[in-house]
Design a protein around this ligand. Structure first.
Ligand code: HEM
Ligand SMILES: *[C@@H]1O[C@H](CO)[C@@H](O)[C@H](O)[C@H]1NC(C)=O
Ligand SMILES: *[C@@H]1O[C@H](CO)[C@@H](O)[C@H](O)[C@H]1NC(C)=O
Length: 618
């Protein structure tokens, strides 16, 4: 009886919810159990309806459902989760057999496919994607597991029940005697918040909104730790060359996240700031941009106190991020025609019925497909355009030690702008497929990002590839051969060898194999999921930068300034770089040498932020 009532409520909510535009046909957002549990867990929220600034944790953005999109609330799901037991265990194939091993899939289908060729777009474009991913998604691993799961490899603790098996004839790991890849199950809503949730669902630890939470933090305590409480500034540290960086995290050993030995370890609003050199550069760049803008606003409005300066600057930085994302990044990611046709270039129209929450299918699926663009190394390029260092990506994970020396910060940015990123292709590069978080002592142990992404999908109940096709309005395949519309012949043959039926294929596997849609970086299924998410991040955000008529809306003069901002402005304001490419995300191979903009011309007039004195009205 109780079950029936729950199902009835779910159906009722389905129909009352704003229909999603891009997951057309039968695509609607299914509110999962936690969106109901949320009501129990967040019952006494009092919102200030006149607040001009967003809260740090994302509460009270939606005034009807104040917890929508807030930190530590669960993902939204488009599709009911797929679990073997309906609740939490990995799904099985249609015939009841276990799914093929995640590492085996990478070996058979992807790892040996590497096409070296230039990407039209640069590593700055790749890194922007990760920066946005860290703003809007953070699936926390279970902190109760410290030594990794390969030591136990067992049913208990339950977070360790699905380590990834390495095939005996593994061409890489077998040489070092590695037989297991560490995998820790993600923390569930039930474990984290004591919000019962059946079937299992998973929190986003950051705010779901695109709101600079990776810079400012998603909870009040961290947000305070990141502030100086003077002049609206964020805390930072300077190296001996007077270059500004994120502050150092306090720690008791030389360990920085997964690396056991690092000199530097930054603190930022997102816990993954040190994960690779590219993201560390971005976090530094936007921290510096905050402090630059805070200083400018203070010059114009010397009467503003710390809080006012901090909040106005934060609002400005968030608007900058949203603008760059929607005006410059998405048209490349999803295709210019596609984004134009879907109205992404028009101002946001706030819709209070639109749930802004990050979709499980987005964060554990479609957005991860862009891992295929990660290059094997970052180039550091000097002022006179010499390539002074290749920083191998996997040698600097959780170890940002290279950055604070000499001109390395500037050289990294130059390298990001001038270097082509990895060409889109159905595989990840060999280094992140084998040597992720590599350790050689006491024993060799590497990790495989693609195998993890596949396994994470199973962990979080991600619907199979074929299900997502039909949700996205692409006809579901009724046999393997029906996949030939989007997936090359040879790959379909290998899928037949690996999976029992076409309905068993993991989302990551099918999505990675799909030939990119015209003008886009990803196939049609991923594009549909990504577009739907970015539609809700925009129109479901009451504080989105060009929403009008809200207490937090910019004036039209201010909006004009924001809309003139390019990524070039940010780079010029936060580095010693003197000129930036006009098409900021195009790689060098695609533009003429003279197609640069002088940083001297990329200035911002912040006069519209000058507060008119009260007397001026008389
Ligand atoms: C630059 C190098 C990058 C590295 C080393 C890296 C590594 C990782 C790792 C280790 C995870 C966690 C996997 C897990 O345990 O489930 C992850 C998650 C993720 N990555 Fe990346 N990544 C990179 C770039 C990117 C890019 C370019 C994008 C998108 C454009 C991206 C999107 C994501 C997303 C959406 C997640 C899931 C986040 C969550 O829900 O918590 N990453 N990445
Ligand atoms: C968890 O929730 C249950 C049921 O609502 C309640 O009885 C219990 O005290 C809660 N536990 C904690 C640690 O908050
Ligand atoms: C979310 O949960 C984590 C882990 O329990 C906690 O550290 C963090 O402060 C929480 N964030 C908010 C906004 O409550």
């Amino acid at each position: 009886m109780q079950r029936l009532i729950v199902i009835f409520i779910l159906m009722f909510l389905n129909t009352s919810r704003a229909q999603s535009l891009f997951l057309n046909t039968n695509g609607f957002s299914v509110p999962n159990c936690d969106h109901i549990a949320g009501e129990q867990c967040y019952s006494n929220i009092v919102c200030d309806v006149n607040a001009k600034y967003r809260t740090i944790d994302g509460l009270c953005n939606n005034l009807n459902v104040p917890w929508w999109g807030a930190a530590n609330t669960s993902h939204l799901r488009h599709v009911y989760p797929f679990y073997g037991d309906g609740i939490y265990s990995f799904r099985k194939q249609i015939d009841g057999s276990p799914l093929p091993g995640a590492r085996l899939i990478n070996l058979k289908l992807f790892l040996n496919k590497q096409f070296p060729s230039w990407n039209e777009h640069n590593t700055l474009f790749m890194e922007w994607g990760q920066f946005v991913a860290h703003d809007t998604t953070d699936l926390p691993p279970d902190p109760s597991i410290t030594g990794g799961c390969c030591l136990v490899r067992n049913k208990y603790p339950i977070q360790c029940q699905y380590v990834i098996n390495v095939p005996l004839n593994d061409p890489v790991y077998s040489k070092f005697g590695q037989t297991c890849i560490n995998f820790v199950r993600a923390i569930t809503m039930a474990n984290m918040n004591n919000c019962s949730s059946i079937p299992a669902s998973f929190p986003v630890m950051s705010t779901h909104y695109m709101d600079g939470s990776q810079i400012y933090g998603s909870n009040k305590q961290l947000a305070s730790e990141l502030r100086t409480f003077q002049d609206g500034r964020l805390r930072s540290e300077f190296n001996s060359n007077h270059q500004e960086f994120c502050p150092q995290r306090s720690r008791t050993s030389s360990q920085c996240e997964s690396s056991s030995d690092s000199q530097f370890c930054f603190l930022a609003g997102d816990r993954r700031v040190n994960q690779n050199l590219g993201i560390a550069v971005f976090q530094t760049m936007f921290l510096k941009f905050h402090n630059v803008i805070a200083h400018s606003l203070q010059t114009i409005n010397p009467q503003w106190n710390d809080e006012k300066l901090y909040q106005e600057t934060r609002r400005f930085i968030i608007a900058t991020i949203q603008h760059i994302n929607y005006a410059y990044y998405l048209p490349i990611l999803l295709g210019k025609d596609f984004t134009a046709k879907r109205g992404f270039n028009k101002p946001a129209v706030y819709d209070e019925n639109l749930d802004p929450s990050t979709a499980q299918e987005h964060s554990t699926g479609a957005f991860r497909v862009l891992h295929k663009e990660i290059p094997e190394f970052f180039n550091l390029i000097s002022k006179n355009m010499h390539n002074v260092q290749h920083a191998v990506i996997t040698e600097w994970l959780d170890k940002p030690d290279l950055l604070p020396y000499n001109d390395n910060y500037d050289n990294m940015i130059r390298g990001l702008m001038e270097s082509s990123t990895r060409q889109e292709q159905p595989s990840y590069n060999p280094l992140i497929s084998n040597n992720l978080f590599l350790k050689t002592k006491p024993k060799f142990s590497g990790n495989d990002l693609l195998a993890i992404d596949i396994q994470r999908g199973r962990d979080t109940g991600m619907p199979p590839y074929n299900t997502m096709r039909s949700i996205c309005g692409i006809p579901a395949a009724s046999s393997f051969d029906d996949l030939l519309d989007l997936i090359p012949y040879d790959d379909v043959q290998k899928l037949k060898e690996l999976y029992f039926s076409v309905n068993d294929i993991d989302f990551m596997v099918g999505a990675l194999l799909e030939i990119p849609a015209k003008g886009a970086k990803v196939g049609p299924t991923s594009r549909s999921i990504l577009a739907e998410s970015f539609y809700r991040y925009k129109n479901g955000d009451r504080f989105f930068y060009d929403v009008l008529g809200q207490p937090g809306s910019f004036t039209s003069e201010q909006l004009k300034v924001i809309k003139s901002i390019t990524f070039g402005h940010v780079i010029c304001a936060t580095s010693s770089i003197k000129h930036v490419p006009y098409d900021i995300f195009l790689s060098l191979s695609q533009r003429y040498m003279q197609n640069y903009v002088d940083c001297g011309t990329l200035t911002l007039n912040l006069d519209p932020w000058k507060e008119k004195s009260v007397e001026a009205y008389y």
